[in-house]
Ligand binder design. Structure first.
Ligand code: DAK
Length: 258
């Protein structure tokens, strides 16, 4: 596919791979690139052949933040009128699993993009951080919220105030990333995990994602009410019949996502 200027995409065995591709500027995110990322996430989300998406960066960065060249002369009302975050907000509406494979710097908007992924695998040389404070701004695409939910107030404030980078090891210790691996194994390990998810019942995977995210906003009681509705909903799927019948017949289920 060559319809994109700043990303590369591949489809293989149920997995949709998205690679940020401005390696000379460490995959700095300009508006077109953000729009392209959102466009392909939405396309893959509707593509029945794709079960899981992986987002990574070409070169030595996942993404070193928003493109500072593009951002430098922006003004408040211009950004508001351009509805700058409209594309960005659509990332969290993606229903299928999105796994981030962080291969180097994930800074500013790059860290926010990583935090918007459902799971993160990282190379042992990955570095996460919010350098906005050195530019006279602050995270604006979810950083103060998602990092705080992930690691708690005191650690989040220390990182966002100082702009210090978090190593892959620290990110793993704090539960920001699921797994840290050697750089040469990053894609292999990420794809292996994605392939395991791709074999599961797609509707279960989808409603589990939706239910788990409710846990971030709802009380336990409200969350459990929501969870129960999704649990019931799966009993109207063909895959529930297939999954349970296959167990009883001691064979592998063949899920259709219906
Ligand atoms: N923007 C533009 N160019 C960048 C860049 C960035 N964010 N990061 C790196 N580059 C460019 C460098 O300018 C350099 O270009 P040349 O000089 O070669 O032309 C090239 O990439 C290689 O970078 P370095 O030479 O600096 O490489 P080093 O290894 O020495 O340093 C570094 C790596 C990552 C520590 C350093 O490049 C760095 O500090 N980069 C900037 C990090 C940063 O401040 N990021 C921006 C934070 S603000 C939004 C969504 C999100 C946001 C805003 C809006 N909407 C949806 C509307 C988020 C805002 C931010 O991210």
């Amino acid at each position: 596919m060559d319809k994109f200027q700043f990303i590369e995409t591949e489809k293989e065995g149920g997995i949709g791979l998205i690679k940020l591709n401005r390696p000379k500027v460490l995959n700095a995110l300009n508006r077109t690139m953000i729009r392209e990322i959102v466009q392909i996430l939405e396309e893959f989300d509707l593509d029945h052949s794709i079960k899981v998406m992986i987002l990574t960066g070409n070169g030595r960065a996942f993404a070193a933040g928003a493109d500072i060249d593009e951002m430098a002369d922006k003004n408040t009302m211009g950004m508001e009128l351009a509805n700058q975050f409209a594309d960005w907000d659509r990332i969290s509406l993606v229903k299928k699993p999105v796994i981030g494979a962080v291969n180097g710097f994930a800074l500013g908007g790059g860290f926010e993009l990583a935090l918007a992924c459902d799971l993160l695998f990282a190379s042992d040389n990955a570095k996460f951080g919010f350098p906005e404070v050195n530019l006279g701004v602050m995270p604006g695409a979810g950083g103060t919220q998602r990092l705080t939910k992930a690691i708690g107030k005191t650690k989040a404030l220390a990182y966002i105030w100082s702009g210090d980078m978090m190593s892959a090891e620290e990110a793993s210790e704090y539960g920001v990333v699921n797994k840290v691996v050697a750089p040469e194994l990053l894609m292999e390990e990420t794809i292996r995990f994605a392939e395991r998810l791709a074999e599961k019942a797609p509707l279960s995977i989808r409603l589990i994602k939706e239910s788990v995210y409710k846990a971030l906003d709802y009380s336990v009681y409200e969350g459990m009410q929501f969870e129960r509705k999704n649990f019931y909903l799966l009993f109207s799927s063909e895959d529930q019949k297939e999954g349970m019948q296959a167990f009883l017949e001691k064979r592998k289920p063949s899920f259709k996502g219906k």
